[in-house]
Design a binder for this molecule. Structure first.
Ligand code: SF4
Length: 487
């Protein structure tokens, strides 16, 4: 599809709106050229008027509005909202979040609450300005209210430490992360060197932070699947963390145990012994047929066994992840998953909506999936069921984010019992806290509270680059030191 911009360069927001309706379409962007007459074109025009024109498969719609005094940002938003309305009319699709396209819609709500808005005025703003529906507006408000205490008590000199372990026992069909299957011999061979480099980075970072007044508030060991590593490797990494970082003030220490086919009693004992306070055991679904279709090599019964094992070992804060929209899943099966997880009584349950990126094995089948999943009512019913059931059984939404190419343009929501909100999840999603990241694909974020500006530093994405170009990559650590000197 070709997108013409006349007298403007509003590509970013335009593309975000287009993706709400055509998530896997490829777009060509053309600036200040006369549009060719054809179907499948979009025209975004700023001349003596604002004009949004869309033609999809021969059905078209044009919306014009007069120019008025406004900032460029406001004009961009207005034109994109016009495009949103045109696409809604052509396709008959009404995205539930309206044209609230960003990854972090709760930031908008937090901003409104800070200005003194109550639930009614937040919902009115989200519905009128962004065309979000009432249900999503209430969800956003409730999430913001639940996470507020965690944000209000956050110390500016605190940071969270993220440890990346981008290895998994095998690759799930829907996976879009950079995660290496340890079934591959070349990936497995990298593990010892990866652990060495990772421990080195943690120690070096610890050395930088030790003399500074910044303190570590949460630790998150994520992946991939950290428990794809052996108990010995996990121990080495976690002992390095304990030696390097002052963990006395840590409020939350997460380990994403992840897939039940990697969890053993020995590994859980190491995780517990090294100080973890919260783990995730992620079924994604409690339907064996769906697990098999997703390429996850475990059963629902194994999920229950792992959960019970973790409880016996005294883990008092367990999160469980699910995904709505997996191939072969349907509403009845998804409802069963949510109800089965509630019956296990974990402290938190995270409900993701399937994201299909081009890098996922599934994306080759994206066109086949499109009629069933994109914008399907069944998917929306799954997500809404999860909200209704979980909020009636003692869980509240506490963090929420969206991703590009998410099926149905829906959201990912963490629900928890009171007092078990995952702090790291809140901090990272609201970009409220400094994050120091170690390991391949880690991205460090330093937040200047005075200006709101975020400095970002990226580690190499792939483990082999992370190992072989370690020196080169970690040159930015001096910037962390300079930043920490402010406190
Ligand atoms: S467990 Fe997660 S990170 Fe690993 S392959 Fe599956 S989806 Fe990807």
């Amino acid at each position: 599809m070709t997108v013409y911009f006349i007298n403007n360069t509003y590509k970013y927001e335009t593309e975000a709106v287009l993706k709400l309706f055509c998530p896997l379409e490829r777009f060509t962007f053309v600036y200040d050229e006369s549009p060719e007459k054809s179907s499948d074109i979009i025209i975004m025009e700023v001349t003596d008027k604002l004009r949004a024109y869309a033609n999809i498969g021969g059905t078209d719609c044009e919306i014009t509005e007069p120019l008025r005094e406004e900032t460029d940002k406001e004009r961009e938003f207005r034109l994109c909202r016009m495009l949103f309305t045109a696409l809604t009319k052509i396709t008959g699709i009404t995205p539930e979040w309206g044209c609230l396209t960003g990854v972090r819609p709760i930031k908008v709500v937090n901003g409104l609450i800070s200005k003194g808005c109550d639930m009614e005025s937040v919902c009115t703003e989200l519905q009128e300005k962004y065309h979000a529906n009432r249900r999503k507006s209430e969800l956003a408000y409730l999430t913001a209210v639940t996470q507020r205490p965690a944000l209000e008590t956050l110390e500016p000199e605190s940071y969270s430490l993220y440890i990346s372990i981008p290895f998994c026992p095998s690759r799930c069909s829907y996976c879009s992360f950079v995660s290496h299957s340890i079934q591959s011999k070349s990936a497995a061979r990298l593990i010892p060197q990866y652990v060495e480099s990772l421990c080195r980075e943690i120690s070096e970072l610890g050395e930088i932070m030790r003399d500074k007044k910044m303190f570590c508030k949460t630790v998150y060991i994520g992946g991939g699947t950290p428990t794809a590593f052996s108990a010995q490797d996990l121990k080495k990494i976690m002992e390095t963390i304990s030696k390097s970082i002052d963990i006395s003030k840590i409020c939350e220490y997460n380990v994403e145990a992840g897939r039940p086919d990697t969890i053993t009693e020995e590994k859980l004992r190491v995780i517990k012994g090294c100080g973890a306070t919260r783990i995730s055991i992620n079924p994604q679904t409690m339907n064996d047929k769906v697990l098999e279709a997703a390429g996850r090599r475990h059963t629902a019964a194994q999920v229950v066994e792992c959960f019970e094992l973790a409880r016996r070992l005294d883990f008092g804060n367990i999160n469980m992840d699910t995904i709505a929209g997996l191939p072969e899943d349907d509403l009845a099966s998804f409802k069963h998953t949510i109800d089965r997880l509630i019956s296990l009584d974990p402290e938190s349950i995270t409900v993701h909506t399937l994201t299909v990126k081009r890098s996922a094995a599934l994306s080759g089948e994206a066109d086949k999936m499109r009629p069933k999943f994109f914008h399907s009512e069944e998917l929306s019913d799954m997500v809404n069921f999860a909200f209704d059931r979980l909020t009636k059984t003692g869980y509240s939404p506490y963090y929420l984010y969206r991703q590009k190419n998410t099926v149905g343009n829906l959201e990912n929501v963490g629900y928890s019992k009171a007092g078990y909100e995952g702090l790291y999840n809140i901090y990272i999603m609201e970009e409220a806290q400094n994050i120091l990241a170690c390991g391949a694909g880690g991205s460090t974020k330093l937040i200047d509270k005075a200006t709101g500006k975020i400095q970002r530093f990226f580690n190499y994405k792939y483990p082999y680059e992370y190992i072989s170009r370690y020196e080169d990559m970690t040159k930015y650590k001096g910037e962390i030191e300079k930043f920490a000197e402010r406190f």
